[in-house]
Design a protein around this ligand. Structure first.
Ligand SMILES: O=C(O)CCC(=O)C(=O)O
Ligand SMILES: [Mn+2]
Length: 277
């Protein structure tokens, strides 16, 4: 497996968002490494369908999951308490890659398998108390390309990103306080996708819950307010070395924002910034 030692020669884009730090790294894994990784995780992970609590109702999650981590890195979300499985070689290699990118050590990872377009995850923030004040989340995408939405909790602005196979989305700073995110279902024919979100579980008791944290983390089926203006953020044309540059913008009409627009132009469209006028 290719382990970048830095400085990184790859496409990296800082997504222009208020009250957030979000970067999208493209082509972190070569096609060969990606395929090997995808097949190995698809077959070797003991995938389980967890039950989640949504508005007090226990439902089967519309995706399969597994939780790995250091001993003691247990995670509670949406009514679940997950005990970590011990690290396996493949996951440790991916962890080393994303740690080099993020410049921080992770002690756990949530793996999710979206079997087809009917699998999804609803609006939520990764803001459980175990993740600390400003969670750092490194999200690796393998397999089918899917759309990922972020919405500002107060202003309603939305951003749609295309998460291509081999990419890593890094969310940090205040992102989880101000933004929720989801991976919506799609009616398009899509194959399986595996997502790995590397996380840092804090030692228990080190981060008392604030009111915002108590209310921020629920997975929900809440719909988002409509957005009336869209800005397409195009990716950098040349690889950056080490540092991140500002994204460039191209405005499009609201009626042009369709799923197929995002899907058909993945190479040119890193993200869509949707904002109120
Ligand atoms: O699948 C994804 O890209 C996102 C998954 C996610 O947000 C989560 O599991 O918390
Ligand atoms: Mn999440």
């Amino acid at each position: 497996m290719h382990l970048p030692k830095g400085p990184f020669h790859m496409l990296v884009e800082s997504i222009p968002m208020a009250n957030a730090e979000v970067s999208l790294y493209r082509e972190v894994f070569s096609a060969g490494t990606h395929d090997q990784l995808f097949q190995s995780l698809l077959h070797d992970i003991p995938w389980q369908q967890h039950r989640i609590t949504v508005y007090g109702r226990s439902l089967p999650a519309p995706r399969l999951s597994a939780w790995y981590g250091d001993p003691g890195a247990s995670y509670r979300y949406s009514g679940l308490r997950l005990q970590p499985l011990p690290w396996i070689h493949t996951l440790l290699k991916v962890k080393a890659t994303v740690q080099a990118l993020a410049g921080i050590g992770f002690n756990s990872v949530l793996l999710n398998l979206y079997r087809d377009g009917r699998d999804s995850v609803g609006w939520h923030s990764d803001a459980e108390p175990e993740l600390g004040r400003n969670p750092v989340i490194a999200s690796v995408s393998l397999g089918a390309e899917r759309r990922f939405l972020l919405q500002h909790k107060k202003r309603g602005d939305c951003i749609a990103l295309t998460l291509a196979p081999g990419s890593v989305l890094l969310m940090r700073g205040a992102t989880q306080h101000f933004w929720r995110h989801q991976l919506p279902k799609t009616k398009h024919q899509v194959g399986p996708r595996i997502n790995l979100t590397f996380r840092i579980i804090q030692p228990s008791g080190s981060t008392p819950k604030t009111h915002a944290e108590k209310s921020a983390s629920a997975y929900s089926t809440r719909s988002s307010p409509a957005c009336s203006r869209f800005i397409v953020a195009t990716p950098c044309t040349a690889p950056f070395i080490g540092t991140m540059g500002p994204a460039r913008h191209l405005e499009v009409q609201p009626q042009l924002l369709t799923e197929s627009l995002v899907r058909q132009a993945p190479a040119r469209t890193a993200g869509l910034l949707l904002s109120d006028p």
